[in-house]
Design a protein around this ligand. Structure first.
Ligand code: PLP
Length: 399
């Protein structure tokens, strides 16, 4: 028989999340009349901005005529979208990025999964704990060693620096699952670490649109010198409700260098361009037109309204829980609330209490890593009606 990639055997099945799904299923079977509300959803629920829907329809109509139809587009993304990204997401915040440094893709998850290919298998990887599991699992699949960086409440859930010399570092701000953000000083310290250790940072800012605190960086490139050490991931999924539409982008600066197979200097932008055009044929034209519309005046207004809707949910969740005596983190610059379990309760204990006594679903923090123990993740992606109903039940809960 053919030998399989051996590293897949190193992936641990997420027993906890399987266990949780089973418990929810059993609860629903046992109490079929219960109105179970999920505060655990990691997907958006509100319609995507109308400006994007209209742009998509217009682009679909162009496909109906031979003179305006589009076939294969540029692998890296249409110039109109890359330029709109550069002007609106970077220049407007004082960051100078070239359109050639932007690569449009069908999702930040795929970008996270694919970018590790550019690095040697013996590179030591550092990922935060708790973690968005894709950073960890894609590197396990490739056979790399991983150091976990504890994110403790004492440190404001900012990851600790690696004990070993890490060379590929994943950072996520605003953070999924903790809702914490990294300050400019935090990011400057990571840029300094990367320079001193010849490391590359993969910075995931999928939730940048949710930042409300002034001075919190939306981009790692707001830090001086970051272009020499960082790749940045962005997505239209959470910023414009594109989870089902699929569009994201990655910035690979042209100055970013590594050591090639013959000891020579190689440029990651050129390598990624080669990889992208070999293995990818671009995002659908209609989708790129929809993404472009995010930056139109109506699109921007509608995105602000959508984000405002979720963040009002977040505020309600945070304040109701705090008034009930819970300790809550996040929910200010991110759609996630990181709720500390009451003394003596594990993540799973609180999950079970909320399910059995209030018919509410949350995500146990221990599923995201050891340092997630003692917390559960709540999301603000539900409807207002369900969020209010859920909070009413929490208010009545006996603690
Ligand atoms: C949702 C999410 C993404 C976005 O993934 P897409 O594939 O673009 O939908 C990226 N990173 C994190 C941390 C996320 O939670």
């Amino acid at each position: 028989m053919i030998k399989a990639n051996p590293y897949y055997s190193d992936l641990s099945a997420n027993y906890l999340f399987q266990e949780i799904a089973k418990k929810i299923k059993e609860f629903k079977e046992k109490t079929p009349d219960a109105d179970v509300i999920s505060l655990g959803i990691g997907d958006v629920t509100q319609p995507i901005p109308l400006a994007c829907v209209e742009a998509m329809k217009k682009a679909a109509d162009e496909m109906a005529s031979a003179s305006t139809m589009r076939g294969y587009g540029p692998e890296q993304g249409y110039e109109f979208l890359r330029q709109a990204i550069v002007d609106n997401d970077y220049k407007a915040r004082g960051v100078d990025i070239d359109a050639d440094e932007v690569f449009v893709s069908d999702g930040a998850k795929c970008d996270v999964g694919n970018i590790q290919e550019l690095f040697s298998v013996d590179v030591l990887v550092a990922v935060p704990d708790p973690v968005y599991p894709v950073y960890r699992d894609t590197n396990i699949m490739a056979g790399r060693k991983i150091e976990f960086l504890p994110c403790t409440k004492e440190a404001g859930f900012s990851p600790a620096f690696p004990k070993s010399k890490a060379e590929l570092i994943y950072l996520c701000s605003p953070n999924n699952p903790t809702g914490a953000v990294l300050t400019k000083a935090d990011l400057a310290a990571w840029v300094k670490y990367a320079k001193e250790n010849g490391a590359v940072i993969v910075f995931d800012s999928a939730y940048k649109e949710y930042i409300s605190t002034p001075d919190i960086p939306h981009s790692i490139y707001e830090v001086e010198g970051a272009k020499e050490v960082a790749i940045e991931l962005r997505s239209f999924s959470k910023t414009a409700g594109f989870t089902g539409v699929r569009c994201a982008y990655m910035v690979v600066p042209k100055v970013l260098k590594a050591i090639g197979g013959k000891g020579e200097e190689v440029f990651l932008n050129a390598m990624w361009s080669r990889r992208h055009s070999t293995k990818f044929n671009g995002v659908a034209y209609v989708v790129q037109r929809a993404a472009e519309a995010v930056f139109s005046p109506e699109g921007k207004k509608q995105v602000r309204e959508m984000v405002g809707y979720y963040m009002e949910n977040a505020r309600l969740i945070r304040e109701t829980l705090a008034a009930k005596g819970f300790t809550v983190y996040g929910g200010i610059d991110a759609p996630y609330i990181w709720l500390a379990t009451p003394a003596g309760m594990t993540s799973v204990d609180l999950f079970e209490k909320l399910l059995n006594e209030a018919q509410l679903v949350c995500t146990p923090g221990s599923g995201f890593g050891q340092c997630g123990e003692g917390f559960v993740r709540l999301t603000s992606f539900g409807s207002r009606e369900n969020t209010l109903k859920a909070l009413d039940r929490i208010g009545k809960l006996a603690l």
